[in-house]
Design a protein. Structure first.
Length: 159
């Protein structure tokens, strides 16, 4: 059972790191696409003047709230990395609970801002924004996955 749980934990952590919207994610976006994220959003969304006036304050607010969630995710991932070789069942359980809570909060945040955005830019443009966010998160998740060893590649100490 423990051997099955550890790969699950690893996959959860990959998702956790991949969704981070903090300075490291912004740096990854800059590195991958050679531009600022906000510039990519501006180009992809192609909003008219009226839509822009309503969208950008919401985008900035969303980004601030999401940064807080990303910080929590990254702290969990760092904690996992520090304790990987000695992770107890209790630590594993606490970590998974924190990650799942964070994931739920991220979905709740997206739902909250989708509702707000569709009022000012319409459902299609609001969905377009969420699709773009999902794309960024998927790309970053893949990048992070490449950087983190799979369970079993690093010897674990028995506790």
């Amino acid at each position: 059972m423990k051997k099955q749980f550890i790969p699950f934990l690893f996959l959860v952590l990959i998702g956790l790191a991949g969704q981070a919207q903090d300075k490291s994610e912004i740096a990854m976006i800059r590195e991958m696409w050679k531009v600022e994220k906000k510039d990519l959003v501006r180009e992809y969304m192609a909003l008219d003047e009226k839509q822009s006036a309503g969208f950008w304050p919401l985008y900035d607010s969303y980004s601030q709230e999401r940064a807080s969630l990303a910080t929590n995710r990254m702290e969990s991932l760092e904690n996992y990395a520090k304790n990987y070789t000695t992770l107890t069942d209790e630590q594993s359980d606490d970590l998974v609970k924190a990650i799942l809570k964070n994931d739920k909060e991220n979905v709740d945040l997206q739902e909250k801002y989708y509702k707000k955005m569709k009022k000012v830019i319409g459902s299609t443009k609001a969905a377009q924004f969420l699709q773009m966010e999902s794309y960024f998160q998927t790309q970053i998740r893949a990048e992070v996955q490449e950087a983190i060893p799979f369970i079993g590649q690093i010897e674990r100490k028995k506790g």
